[in-house]
Design a protein around this ligand. Structure first.
Ligand SMILES: Cc1cc2nc3c(=O)[nH]c(=O)nc-3n(C[C@H](O)[C@H](O)[C@H](O)COP(=O)(O)OP(=O)(O)OC[C@H]3O[C@@H](n4cnc5c(N)ncnc54)[C@H](O)[C@@H]3O)c2cc1C
Length: 453
Protein backbone atom coordinates (compact mmCIF):
# COMPACT_ATOMS: atom_id res chain seq x y z
CA UNK A 1 0.00 0.00 0.00
CA UNK A 2 1.41 3.44 -0.88
CA UNK A 3 2.30 5.68 2.05
CA UNK A 4 -0.76 7.45 3.44
CA UNK A 5 -0.69 11.20 4.08
CA UNK A 6 -2.46 13.02 6.88
CA UNK A 7 -2.75 16.79 6.42
CA UNK A 8 -3.61 19.00 9.38
CA UNK A 9 -4.69 22.63 9.02
CA UNK A 10 -3.65 24.66 12.09
CA UNK A 11 -0.76 23.96 14.45
CA UNK A 12 -1.72 24.93 17.99
CA UNK A 13 -3.55 22.89 20.64
CA UNK A 14 -5.88 20.76 18.51
CA UNK A 15 -3.66 20.52 15.42
CA UNK A 16 -0.46 19.47 17.16
CA UNK A 17 -2.31 17.10 19.51
CA UNK A 18 -3.74 15.43 16.40
CA UNK A 19 -0.33 15.26 14.74
CA UNK A 20 1.42 13.83 17.81
CA UNK A 21 -1.24 11.20 18.44
CA UNK A 22 -1.27 10.11 14.81
CA UNK A 23 2.52 9.82 14.82
CA UNK A 24 2.42 7.66 17.98
CA UNK A 25 -0.06 5.26 16.42
CA UNK A 26 1.49 5.08 12.98
CA UNK A 27 5.24 5.67 12.62
CA UNK A 28 4.96 5.28 8.80
CA UNK A 29 2.23 7.84 8.20
CA UNK A 30 3.29 10.99 6.39
CA UNK A 31 2.04 13.94 8.47
CA UNK A 32 1.97 17.49 7.13
CA UNK A 33 0.86 20.43 9.28
CA UNK A 34 -0.01 23.66 7.46
CA UNK A 35 0.04 26.65 9.82
CA UNK A 36 -0.55 30.15 8.56
CA UNK A 37 1.32 31.81 11.44
CA UNK A 38 4.92 31.60 12.60
CA UNK A 39 4.41 29.62 15.78
CA UNK A 40 3.05 26.21 16.64
CA UNK A 41 2.29 24.37 19.86
CA UNK A 42 2.22 27.21 22.35
CA UNK A 43 0.21 27.81 25.49
CA UNK A 44 -2.45 30.33 24.44
CA UNK A 45 -3.84 30.15 27.98
CA UNK A 46 -0.58 31.64 29.25
CA UNK A 47 -0.84 34.80 27.12
CA UNK A 48 -2.25 37.02 29.92
CA UNK A 49 0.67 35.98 32.13
CA UNK A 50 3.14 36.87 29.39
CA UNK A 51 1.39 40.22 29.13
CA UNK A 52 1.69 40.89 32.85
CA UNK A 53 5.36 39.91 32.81
CA UNK A 54 4.85 36.89 35.08
CA UNK A 55 6.06 34.88 32.08
CA UNK A 56 9.22 36.75 31.17
CA UNK A 57 9.80 35.55 27.63
CA UNK A 58 7.42 34.44 24.88
CA UNK A 59 9.61 31.38 24.22
CA UNK A 60 8.56 30.01 27.63
CA UNK A 61 5.03 29.57 26.25
CA UNK A 62 6.20 27.45 23.35
CA UNK A 63 5.79 23.79 24.27
CA UNK A 64 7.64 22.43 21.22
CA UNK A 65 9.04 24.27 18.23
CA UNK A 66 8.42 23.46 14.58
CA UNK A 67 12.03 22.14 14.38
CA UNK A 68 11.34 19.76 17.27
CA UNK A 69 8.34 18.32 15.46
CA UNK A 70 10.29 17.97 12.23
CA UNK A 71 13.40 16.43 13.75
CA UNK A 72 12.10 14.35 16.66
CA UNK A 73 8.65 13.34 15.46
CA UNK A 74 9.01 13.37 11.69
CA UNK A 75 6.08 15.73 11.39
CA UNK A 76 6.42 18.07 8.42
CA UNK A 77 5.38 21.39 9.97
CA UNK A 78 5.11 24.12 7.33
CA UNK A 79 4.85 27.60 8.84
CA UNK A 80 3.36 30.56 6.98
CA UNK A 81 1.20 28.25 4.88
CA UNK A 82 -2.37 29.51 4.82
CA UNK A 83 -4.89 27.07 3.45
CA UNK A 84 -7.30 28.87 1.14
CA UNK A 85 -9.39 26.00 -0.17
CA UNK A 86 -10.24 22.38 0.51
CA UNK A 87 -11.27 20.21 -2.45
CA UNK A 88 -12.82 17.10 -0.89
CA UNK A 89 -13.58 15.59 -4.32
CA UNK A 90 -9.91 15.54 -5.30
CA UNK A 91 -8.67 15.14 -1.72
CA UNK A 92 -6.36 18.11 -1.81
CA UNK A 93 -5.93 21.51 -0.25
CA UNK A 94 -4.69 24.76 -1.74
CA UNK A 95 -2.44 26.98 0.36
CA UNK A 96 -0.49 30.20 0.00
CA UNK A 97 3.11 30.03 1.16
CA UNK A 98 4.28 33.31 2.73
CA UNK A 99 0.99 34.89 1.58
CA UNK A 100 1.93 34.66 -2.10
CA UNK A 101 3.16 31.39 -3.49
CA UNK A 102 0.39 28.87 -4.31
CA UNK A 103 0.92 25.30 -3.08
CA UNK A 104 -1.26 22.22 -3.52
CA UNK A 105 -1.08 19.37 -1.00
CA UNK A 106 -2.92 16.08 -1.45
CA UNK A 107 -4.27 14.14 1.50
CA UNK A 108 -5.72 10.79 2.40
CA UNK A 109 -7.06 12.11 5.72
CA UNK A 110 -7.54 15.72 6.71
CA UNK A 111 -7.90 17.32 10.16
CA UNK A 112 -9.26 20.87 10.28
CA UNK A 113 -7.94 22.60 13.42
CA UNK A 114 -8.24 26.23 12.39
CA UNK A 115 -9.36 27.43 15.83
CA UNK A 116 -11.44 30.49 16.50
CA UNK A 117 -11.00 34.17 15.72
CA UNK A 118 -11.75 37.17 17.89
CA UNK A 119 -15.13 38.71 17.12
CA UNK A 120 -14.22 42.15 15.76
CA UNK A 121 -17.30 43.97 14.59
CA UNK A 122 -16.67 47.50 15.86
CA UNK A 123 -15.65 50.32 13.50
CA UNK A 124 -12.12 51.48 14.36
CA UNK A 125 -10.51 48.07 15.02
CA UNK A 126 -7.78 48.86 12.46
CA UNK A 127 -6.37 51.74 14.55
CA UNK A 128 -2.76 51.18 15.60
CA UNK A 129 -3.27 50.85 19.37
CA UNK A 130 -6.27 48.50 19.20
CA UNK A 131 -5.30 44.94 20.15
CA UNK A 132 -6.60 41.50 20.94
CA UNK A 133 -4.97 38.91 23.16
CA UNK A 134 -5.74 35.79 21.15
CA UNK A 135 -2.52 34.53 19.67
CA UNK A 136 1.16 34.67 20.39
CA UNK A 137 2.18 37.03 17.57
CA UNK A 138 -0.54 39.55 18.46
CA UNK A 139 0.26 39.42 22.18
CA UNK A 140 3.97 39.93 21.52
CA UNK A 141 3.00 43.10 19.59
CA UNK A 142 0.73 44.20 22.44
CA UNK A 143 3.42 43.73 25.08
CA UNK A 144 5.99 45.58 22.96
CA UNK A 145 3.52 48.46 22.59
CA UNK A 146 3.01 48.61 26.36
CA UNK A 147 6.73 48.50 27.10
CA UNK A 148 7.71 51.03 24.42
CA UNK A 149 4.79 53.49 24.48
CA UNK A 150 3.91 53.18 28.18
CA UNK A 151 0.14 53.85 27.80
CA UNK A 152 -1.48 54.88 31.07
CA UNK A 153 -5.13 54.18 30.36
CA UNK A 154 -6.66 51.11 28.77
CA UNK A 155 -10.23 50.43 27.74
CA UNK A 156 -11.10 46.75 27.55
CA UNK A 157 -14.21 45.88 25.57
CA UNK A 158 -15.81 42.72 26.99
CA UNK A 159 -15.72 41.14 30.43
CA UNK A 160 -15.45 37.48 29.55
CA UNK A 161 -12.63 35.57 31.20
CA UNK A 162 -10.08 36.83 28.63
CA UNK A 163 -11.08 40.46 29.24
CA UNK A 164 -10.81 39.94 33.00
CA UNK A 165 -7.45 38.15 32.84
CA UNK A 166 -6.07 40.93 30.63
CA UNK A 167 -7.47 43.57 33.04
CA UNK A 168 -5.54 41.87 35.84
CA UNK A 169 -2.37 41.88 33.69
CA UNK A 170 -2.67 45.56 32.76
CA UNK A 171 -3.29 46.62 36.37
CA UNK A 172 -0.20 44.56 37.25
CA UNK A 173 1.65 46.82 34.79
CA UNK A 174 0.40 49.93 36.57
CA UNK A 175 -2.28 50.97 34.11
CA UNK A 176 -5.66 52.50 34.78
CA UNK A 177 -8.25 50.09 33.36
CA UNK A 178 -11.88 50.56 32.34
CA UNK A 179 -13.99 47.62 31.16
CA UNK A 180 -17.03 48.13 28.95
CA UNK A 181 -19.52 45.29 29.22
CA UNK A 182 -22.58 45.26 26.98
CA UNK A 183 -24.75 43.15 29.31
CA UNK A 184 -25.85 43.38 32.92
CA UNK A 185 -23.18 40.96 34.15
CA UNK A 186 -19.50 40.06 33.87
CA UNK A 187 -18.50 36.57 32.69
CA UNK A 188 -21.41 35.48 30.51
CA UNK A 189 -23.43 32.72 32.12
CA UNK A 190 -22.28 33.51 35.65
CA UNK A 191 -24.96 33.64 38.36
CA UNK A 192 -25.68 37.14 39.74
CA UNK A 193 -24.33 36.49 43.25
CA UNK A 194 -21.07 35.04 41.90
CA UNK A 195 -20.82 37.93 39.42
CA UNK A 196 -21.13 40.39 42.30
CA UNK A 197 -18.04 38.88 43.92
CA UNK A 198 -16.13 39.35 40.68
CA UNK A 199 -17.24 42.96 40.43
CA UNK A 200 -16.08 43.54 44.00
CA UNK A 201 -12.66 42.10 43.16
CA UNK A 202 -12.40 44.39 40.11
CA UNK A 203 -13.46 47.40 42.13
CA UNK A 204 -11.02 46.48 44.92
CA UNK A 205 -8.18 46.67 42.41
CA UNK A 206 -9.23 49.98 40.89
CA UNK A 207 -10.80 48.60 37.70
CA UNK A 208 -13.85 50.56 36.61
CA UNK A 209 -16.55 48.32 35.14
CA UNK A 210 -19.28 49.98 33.09
CA UNK A 211 -22.17 47.60 32.47
CA UNK A 212 -24.90 47.82 29.82
CA UNK A 213 -22.28 49.63 27.74
CA UNK A 214 -22.09 48.10 24.26
CA UNK A 215 -19.10 49.56 22.42
CA UNK A 216 -20.21 51.19 19.15
CA UNK A 217 -17.09 52.75 17.63
CA UNK A 218 -13.46 53.46 18.36
CA UNK A 219 -12.46 56.96 17.40
CA UNK A 220 -8.93 57.93 16.46
CA UNK A 221 -6.59 60.82 15.71
CA UNK A 222 -4.88 61.94 12.50
CA UNK A 223 -1.93 59.62 13.20
CA UNK A 224 -4.20 56.56 13.08
CA UNK A 225 -4.19 55.90 16.82
CA UNK A 226 -7.30 55.20 18.91
CA UNK A 227 -8.20 57.92 21.39
CA UNK A 228 -11.58 56.86 22.78
CA UNK A 229 -14.26 54.19 22.71
CA UNK A 230 -17.87 55.26 22.24
CA UNK A 231 -20.52 53.12 23.87
CA UNK A 232 -24.25 52.90 24.56
CA UNK A 233 -26.33 56.01 23.96
CA UNK A 234 -23.67 58.68 24.02
CA UNK A 235 -21.00 57.40 26.44
CA UNK A 236 -17.29 57.77 25.64
CA UNK A 237 -14.16 56.59 27.45
CA UNK A 238 -10.72 57.99 26.56
CA UNK A 239 -8.08 55.35 25.83
CA UNK A 240 -4.40 55.11 25.07
CA UNK A 241 -4.80 51.39 24.45
CA UNK A 242 -7.93 49.47 23.44
CA UNK A 243 -8.20 45.75 24.01
CA UNK A 244 -11.02 43.88 22.32
CA UNK A 245 -12.17 40.81 24.22
CA UNK A 246 -15.61 40.45 22.69
CA UNK A 247 -15.63 36.68 22.25
CA UNK A 248 -14.41 34.01 19.89
CA UNK A 249 -16.11 32.90 16.69
CA UNK A 250 -15.25 29.56 15.07
CA UNK A 251 -13.07 29.72 11.96
CA UNK A 252 -15.33 27.45 9.97
CA UNK A 253 -15.58 29.23 6.58
CA UNK A 254 -12.95 27.05 4.92
CA UNK A 255 -14.88 23.95 5.95
CA UNK A 256 -18.24 25.45 5.00
CA UNK A 257 -17.03 26.35 1.51
CA UNK A 258 -15.84 22.78 1.06
CA UNK A 259 -19.33 21.49 1.82
CA UNK A 260 -18.60 20.33 5.37
CA UNK A 261 -21.70 20.62 7.54
CA UNK A 262 -21.73 23.56 9.94
CA UNK A 263 -23.83 23.19 13.08
CA UNK A 264 -26.37 25.63 14.46
CA UNK A 265 -23.66 27.20 16.65
CA UNK A 266 -21.68 28.23 13.56
CA UNK A 267 -18.91 25.74 14.33
CA UNK A 268 -18.12 22.55 12.39
CA UNK A 269 -20.45 19.67 13.25
CA UNK A 270 -18.56 16.54 14.33
CA UNK A 271 -19.47 13.14 15.74
CA UNK A 272 -17.79 11.53 18.76
CA UNK A 273 -14.92 10.37 16.52
CA UNK A 274 -14.40 14.01 15.44
CA UNK A 275 -15.47 13.05 11.93
CA UNK A 276 -17.27 15.77 9.98
CA UNK A 277 -20.08 15.22 7.48
CA UNK A 278 -17.46 14.63 4.77
CA UNK A 279 -15.65 11.33 4.59
CA UNK A 280 -11.95 11.44 5.64
CA UNK A 281 -12.24 14.96 7.06
CA UNK A 282 -12.03 15.45 10.83
CA UNK A 283 -12.30 18.66 12.83
CA UNK A 284 -11.16 19.52 16.37
CA UNK A 285 -10.72 22.42 18.76
CA UNK A 286 -12.13 25.94 18.63
CA UNK A 287 -13.42 25.51 15.06
CA UNK A 288 -15.62 22.54 16.06
CA UNK A 289 -18.74 21.92 18.08
CA UNK A 290 -18.73 19.75 21.17
CA UNK A 291 -21.56 17.83 22.81
CA UNK A 292 -22.73 19.18 26.15
CA UNK A 293 -23.17 16.16 28.39
CA UNK A 294 -25.81 17.81 30.60
CA UNK A 295 -28.09 18.95 27.77
CA UNK A 296 -27.06 16.30 25.25
CA UNK A 297 -26.93 19.08 22.61
CA UNK A 298 -24.06 20.24 20.43
CA UNK A 299 -22.65 23.47 21.76
CA UNK A 300 -19.75 25.86 21.21
CA UNK A 301 -17.37 26.07 24.17
CA UNK A 302 -13.93 26.99 22.87
CA UNK A 303 -11.45 25.90 25.53
CA UNK A 304 -7.89 24.61 25.44
CA UNK A 305 -8.58 21.53 27.49
CA UNK A 306 -11.25 20.45 24.98
CA UNK A 307 -9.08 21.34 21.96
CA UNK A 308 -6.34 19.02 23.21
CA UNK A 309 -8.73 16.12 23.77
CA UNK A 310 -10.59 16.57 20.50
CA UNK A 311 -7.30 16.92 18.63
CA UNK A 312 -5.97 13.71 20.16
CA UNK A 313 -9.10 11.80 19.15
CA UNK A 314 -9.10 13.26 15.63
CA UNK A 315 -5.44 12.29 15.20
CA UNK A 316 -6.05 8.79 16.56
CA UNK A 317 -8.94 8.14 14.17
CA UNK A 318 -7.21 9.75 11.20
CA UNK A 319 -4.38 7.26 11.81
CA UNK A 320 -6.79 4.32 11.75
CA UNK A 321 -7.57 4.11 15.48
CA UNK A 322 -10.89 4.05 17.32
CA UNK A 323 -10.88 7.03 19.68
CA UNK A 324 -13.98 8.84 20.86
CA UNK A 325 -14.69 12.01 22.74
CA UNK A 326 -18.10 12.06 24.30
CA UNK A 327 -18.29 15.71 25.29
CA UNK A 328 -17.92 18.27 28.03
CA UNK A 329 -19.86 19.59 30.99
CA UNK A 330 -18.65 23.18 30.48
CA UNK A 331 -16.05 23.53 33.21
CA UNK A 332 -14.11 26.76 33.45
CA UNK A 333 -11.96 28.41 36.10
CA UNK A 334 -10.33 31.81 35.97
CA UNK A 335 -8.36 34.11 38.23
CA UNK A 336 -9.45 37.72 38.72
CA UNK A 337 -6.81 39.29 40.96
CA UNK A 338 -7.03 37.34 44.26
CA UNK A 339 -10.34 35.75 43.36
CA UNK A 340 -10.81 32.42 41.63
CA UNK A 341 -14.14 32.02 39.82
CA UNK A 342 -15.36 28.74 38.41
CA UNK A 343 -18.38 27.16 36.84
CA UNK A 344 -19.44 23.80 35.51
CA UNK A 345 -22.69 22.62 33.97
CA UNK A 346 -25.68 24.93 33.57
CA UNK A 347 -26.88 27.99 35.45
CA UNK A 348 -30.55 28.35 36.39
CA UNK A 349 -31.48 30.25 33.25
CA UNK A 350 -29.70 27.84 30.91
CA UNK A 351 -31.24 24.87 32.69
CA UNK A 352 -34.72 26.33 32.24
CA UNK A 353 -34.04 27.07 28.58
CA UNK A 354 -33.13 23.39 28.10
CA UNK A 355 -36.41 22.16 29.55
CA UNK A 356 -35.27 21.28 33.08
CA UNK A 357 -37.08 22.45 36.21
CA UNK A 358 -34.15 24.06 37.98
CA UNK A 359 -33.86 24.85 41.64
CA UNK A 360 -30.78 26.25 43.39
CA UNK A 361 -29.09 27.00 46.71
CA UNK A 362 -26.27 29.40 47.45
CA UNK A 363 -24.07 28.89 50.50
CA UNK A 364 -21.03 30.52 52.03
CA UNK A 365 -18.38 28.50 53.79
CA UNK A 366 -14.60 28.50 54.07
CA UNK A 367 -11.76 26.95 52.11
CA UNK A 368 -10.20 25.35 55.21
CA UNK A 369 -10.82 25.16 58.93
CA UNK A 370 -11.57 28.66 60.21
CA UNK A 371 -8.97 28.32 62.95
CA UNK A 372 -6.20 28.24 60.36
CA UNK A 373 -7.28 31.22 58.30
CA UNK A 374 -9.79 29.69 55.91
CA UNK A 375 -10.90 32.00 53.13
CA UNK A 376 -14.60 32.51 52.30
CA UNK A 377 -16.10 30.39 49.53
CA UNK A 378 -19.36 31.22 47.82
CA UNK A 379 -20.97 28.25 46.08
CA UNK A 380 -24.18 27.80 44.13
CA UNK A 381 -25.63 24.43 43.23
CA UNK A 382 -28.32 23.95 40.57
CA UNK A 383 -30.37 20.76 40.24
CA UNK A 384 -33.44 19.49 38.47
CA UNK A 385 -36.54 19.43 40.70
CA UNK A 386 -38.11 16.64 38.66
CA UNK A 387 -35.24 14.15 39.11
CA UNK A 388 -32.88 15.58 41.73
CA UNK A 389 -30.09 15.43 39.14
CA UNK A 390 -27.22 17.89 39.58
CA UNK A 391 -27.20 20.37 36.68
CA UNK A 392 -24.50 22.84 37.57
CA UNK A 393 -22.27 24.48 40.13
CA UNK A 394 -20.54 27.85 40.38
CA UNK A 395 -18.03 29.08 42.94
CA UNK A 396 -15.90 32.06 43.88
CA UNK A 397 -13.24 32.42 46.54
CA UNK A 398 -9.59 33.05 47.13
CA UNK A 399 -8.50 29.45 47.46
CA UNK A 400 -9.66 25.88 47.00
CA UNK A 401 -12.01 26.73 44.11
CA UNK A 402 -10.50 24.67 41.29
CA UNK A 403 -10.35 21.51 43.44
CA UNK A 404 -14.04 21.78 44.28
CA UNK A 405 -15.37 22.71 40.87
CA UNK A 406 -13.61 19.63 39.53
CA UNK A 407 -15.50 17.45 42.01
CA UNK A 408 -18.75 19.01 40.81
CA UNK A 409 -17.66 18.40 37.20
CA UNK A 410 -17.06 14.72 38.05
CA UNK A 411 -20.52 14.55 39.59
CA UNK A 412 -22.00 15.98 36.39
CA UNK A 413 -20.10 13.46 34.28
CA UNK A 414 -21.47 10.69 36.50
CA UNK A 415 -24.99 12.19 36.20
CA UNK A 416 -25.22 12.18 39.98
CA UNK A 417 -28.33 13.21 41.84
CA UNK A 418 -28.04 15.56 44.81
CA UNK A 419 -28.82 12.81 47.38
CA UNK A 420 -25.89 10.78 46.01
CA UNK A 421 -23.54 13.70 46.64
CA UNK A 422 -24.32 14.06 50.34
CA UNK A 423 -21.69 11.68 51.63
CA UNK A 424 -19.01 11.88 48.97
CA UNK A 425 -15.71 10.93 50.57
CA UNK A 426 -13.84 14.17 49.88
CA UNK A 427 -10.43 14.82 51.38
CA UNK A 428 -10.29 16.55 54.73
CA UNK A 429 -7.56 18.00 56.92
CA UNK A 430 -7.71 21.48 58.48
CA UNK A 431 -5.22 23.10 56.03
CA UNK A 432 -7.32 21.98 53.04
CA UNK A 433 -10.99 22.01 54.00
CA UNK A 434 -13.43 22.41 56.84
CA UNK A 435 -14.69 19.06 58.12
CA UNK A 436 -17.85 19.58 56.07
CA UNK A 437 -16.55 20.59 52.68
CA UNK A 438 -18.37 23.59 51.07
CA UNK A 439 -19.56 21.28 48.30
CA UNK A 440 -21.10 18.89 50.85
CA UNK A 441 -22.68 21.80 52.70
CA UNK A 442 -24.24 22.97 49.42
CA UNK A 443 -25.44 19.43 48.66
CA UNK A 444 -26.93 19.19 52.17
CA UNK A 445 -28.77 22.48 51.76
CA UNK A 446 -30.02 21.35 48.37
CA UNK A 447 -31.16 18.06 49.86
CA UNK A 448 -33.07 19.85 52.63
CA UNK A 449 -34.84 21.95 50.01
CA UNK A 450 -35.66 18.84 47.97
CA UNK A 451 -37.02 17.08 51.09
CA UNK A 452 -39.24 20.04 51.96
CA UNK A 453 -40.79 20.28 48.49
C1 LIG B 1 -5.94 34.75 26.43
C2 LIG B 1 -6.51 33.36 26.41
C3 LIG B 1 -6.54 32.61 27.57
C4 LIG B 1 -7.06 31.34 27.56
N1 LIG B 1 -7.09 30.62 28.74
C5 LIG B 1 -7.61 29.39 28.75
C6 LIG B 1 -7.62 28.61 29.94
O1 LIG B 1 -7.15 29.08 31.00
N2 LIG B 1 -8.16 27.36 29.90
C7 LIG B 1 -8.66 26.83 28.74
O2 LIG B 1 -9.12 25.68 28.75
N3 LIG B 1 -8.66 27.54 27.58
C8 LIG B 1 -8.15 28.78 27.56
N4 LIG B 1 -8.12 29.49 26.39
C9 LIG B 1 -8.68 28.90 25.16
C10 LIG B 1 -7.65 28.05 24.43
O3 LIG B 1 -6.45 28.73 24.34
C11 LIG B 1 -8.17 27.67 23.05
O4 LIG B 1 -9.35 26.94 23.25
C12 LIG B 1 -7.17 26.83 22.27
O5 LIG B 1 -6.02 27.55 21.99
C13 LIG B 1 -7.79 26.37 20.97
O6 LIG B 1 -6.86 25.63 20.26
P1 LIG B 1 -7.07 25.33 18.72
O7 LIG B 1 -5.88 24.55 18.27
O8 LIG B 1 -8.40 24.78 18.48
O9 LIG B 1 -7.10 26.76 18.03
P2 LIG B 1 -6.01 27.98 17.96
O10 LIG B 1 -5.21 27.98 19.18
O11 LIG B 1 -6.83 29.12 17.60
O12 LIG B 1 -5.11 27.52 16.74
C14 LIG B 1 -5.57 27.48 15.43
C15 LIG B 1 -4.42 27.69 14.49
O13 LIG B 1 -4.87 27.50 13.17
C16 LIG B 1 -4.22 28.41 12.32
N5 LIG B 1 -5.05 28.61 11.13
C17 LIG B 1 -6.29 29.13 11.07
N6 LIG B 1 -6.74 29.16 9.80
C18 LIG B 1 -5.75 28.62 9.04
C19 LIG B 1 -5.62 28.38 7.66
N7 LIG B 1 -6.58 28.70 6.79
N8 LIG B 1 -4.47 27.83 7.22
C20 LIG B 1 -3.48 27.50 8.08
N9 LIG B 1 -3.56 27.73 9.41
C21 LIG B 1 -4.68 28.27 9.89
C22 LIG B 1 -4.12 29.67 13.17
O14 LIG B 1 -3.07 30.50 12.70
C23 LIG B 1 -3.82 29.10 14.55
O15 LIG B 1 -2.45 29.06 14.80
C24 LIG B 1 -7.58 30.78 26.36
C25 LIG B 1 -7.55 31.53 25.18
C26 LIG B 1 -7.02 32.81 25.20
C27 LIG B 1 -7.00 33.61 23.92
Amino acid sequence: MPQQRLVIIGGVAAGMSAASRARKLDPQLEIVVLEKGRHVSYGTCGLPYYLSGQVADASELVVYTAEFFREKRSIDVRLEHEVTEIEPGRKRVHALRSRAQPVVVEYDKLVIATGGAPALDIPGVQLSNVFTCNDLAGTIRLRAFIEEQRPRRAVIVGSGYIGLEVADALVHRGMEVVILERSESVLEGIEPEIGERVEKALHGHGVRLIKNAAARTISGNAQGGATAVQYGAGGSEPAELVLLATGIVPRSELAATAGVRIGRTGAIAVDERMLTSVNSIYAAGDCAEVRHLVTGQPTYLPLGTTANKQGRVAGENAAGGHGRFDGVVGTLVTQVFDLAVAKTGLNVEQARAHGFQPDAVTITSTSRAKYIAGKPILAKLVWDRATGRLLGCQMAGEEGIAKRIDVAAMALHARMRVPEMLHLDLSYAPPFAPVWDPLLIAANEAHKKISRS
